[in-house]
Design a protein around this ligand. Structure first.
Ligand code: HEC
Ligand code: HEC
Ligand code: HEC
Ligand code: HEC
Length: 130
């Protein structure tokens, strides 16, 4: 009886962990991505490779992710925040200031700025546009 209880407790714990593991894994998004504008399609597409998981190991979610409120003001990242594509907010129709007015501009402001500050070679186009 006691043995059975322990066994089922262990089973329940394992199951709980498996579910927690799944939740965390899906919330973190894809490990590797290819980023490409689709709202403002480019005449010459330049997909950018993005090792998401490798960046998650080094940086906080809030270093890249944020949201906006009903008035269009930026809202800082909080755990569990719904994460939309950058371009759903940073597109030409949204009328944001020039340096973040498109996917390219917003991505370059974030990605290229950090890359250049880290190491000049990391700022080269072909690091992201293969
Ligand atoms: C650190 C990564 C990174 C570097 C370095 C980088 N880009 Fe980008 N670039 C992006 C991302 C991300 C996008 C947005 C996704 C997309 O549309 O390709 C983008 C978009 C673009 C676009 C828009 C094309 C399109 O498909 O919408 C052009 C053009 C572009 N980059 C040119 C350059 C050039 C030229 C350089 C070098 C001077 C450069 N990029 C360096 C990440 C980078
Ligand atoms: C260095 C920047 C950066 C960091 C750090 C980062 N992300 Fe992302 N994340 C991105 C970009 C860029 C996208 C793609 C957005 C798009 O599609 O336009 C993305 C997409 C996502 C998505 C959408 C699902 C998907 O696969 O497209 C989720 C969920 C997500 N990130 C969760 C997280 C979580 C949770 C963390 C922290 C543990 C995190 N990210 C850290 C840049 C980052
Ligand atoms: C839900 C809407 C939304 C999404 C999704 C979004 N942004 Fe933003 N972003 C904003 C708003 C709003 C601001 C503030 C604009 C202003 O102050 O004029 C902003 C500001 C920025 C800035 C300026 C610096 C700063 O932090 O204030 C950069 C760079 C930026 N976003 C890049 C990105 C990138 C890259 C992604 C995708 C990983 C992304 N944004 C996703 C709404 C969004
Ligand atoms: C906060 C700083 C930071 C931001 C933001 C950032 N990166 Fe990076 N990224 C790095 C650092 C640091 C490395 C080098 C990692 C290493 O060599 O171990 C790197 C490496 C990479 C690499 C691999 C380079 C290689 O060949 O090894 C790619 C591709 C890349 N980043 C693309 C992007 C894109 C696209 C974005 C924006 C969506 C982005 N990064 C945003 C800091 C950043």
């Amino acid at each position: 009886m006691k043995k059975g209880l322990i066994a089922s407790t262990v089973f329940a714990l394992t199951l709980g962990l498996a579910f927690a593991g799944n939740t965390i894994a899906s919330d973190k998004g894809a490990a590797d991505m290819v980023l490409q504008a689709t709202v403002d399609p480019a005449s010459k597409p330049k997909p950018a490779v993005f090792p998401h998981a490798a960046h998650q190991e080094k940086f906080a979610c809030a270093d890249c992710h944020h949201s906006k409120d009903a008035d269009g003001n930026k809202v800082a990242y909080v755990e569990g925040q719904k994460i939309e594509s950058c371009e759903s907010c940073h597109n030409m129709a949204a009328g944001m200031e020039k340096k973040i007015s498109t996917y390219k501009m917003a991505a370059h402001s974030l990605c290229v700025t950090c890359h250049k500050a880290t190491d000049k070679a990391l700022g080269s186009c072909k690091v992201c546009h293969k």
